[in-house]
Design a protein around this ligand. Sequence first.
Ligand SMILES: Cc1cc2nc3c(=O)[nH]c(=O)nc-3n(C[C@H](O)[C@H](O)[C@H](O)COP(=O)(O)O)c2cc1C
Length: 242
Amino acid sequence: MTPDFSSADAGNLEKTSRQVAIDEVITSRRSVRQFLPGPIPIETVMEVLDVAARAPSGHNTQAWNVHVLVEEALRRLSASILERLDATESAPDQPEFDSYPTEWISPYIDRRRKVGKDMYTLLGIPRGDTAGMRTQLFKNYTFFGAPVGLMFTLPRIMVPGSVLDLGMFMQSVMLAALARGISTCPQAAFAPFHRIIADQLCLSNDQVVICGMSMGYADATAPVNQVVTHREPASSFSFVHG
Ligand SMILES: Cc1cc2nc3c(=O)[nH]c(=O)nc-3n(C[C@H](O)[C@H](O)[C@H](O)COP(=O)(O)O)c2cc1C
């Protein structure tokens, strides 16, 4: 395939239709937490994954693996995780991959609190309603009603370097899906359940569960999907050196 660099004209300040389209897909992506039950053809899911596989990776290693769960496999995994949560009040297994620090500091803790507060406010769950929060948290494990669940794993030997590559792949999955009208929610919430996941997906011991993802058509009327998260401007986190 001949590379097309035709729209890489940095001198042209007019936004091309390609820029508009790509910027629109990036900036309109949201984490969706309530889906319509309508299925997505498996061919469409595979097409999204084929497009996303154009993501870069160090030395083109492409170490990512993704397990696509639909129908009975998805229901079985959900049921097993919820059963585990019902059976014990104790914390699930330690994740094999840490998504978050054990000690939080500002401004990250503040941003975390804000997104939680905004979401619970929209859902009408008051501060201190631990049962209400727990019910919402548990919706992670039914993939928020989505017809497709994805589970991303990496070979243990490649961790943590390939996590960067996996992140780019996951973002590409989310954008390629959205370009087709399909929404997503990345989910670190699955990581502590790696034993159940490994068992159900017959993962070999050399695979580490990094993250899950819900995929489906957004329920546009659901209050939880009205959350709009804030972003700091580039000027606050970028440092230009001349
Ligand atoms: C690696 C990763 C893991 C995440 N895990 C969860 C999760 O377990 N459950 C959830 O509801 N949202 C999860 N999110 C979504 C974030 O809360 C969300 O991306 C963030 O609040 C910004 O909102 P936006 O995606 O709507 O722009 C995760 C996002 C990322 C990138």
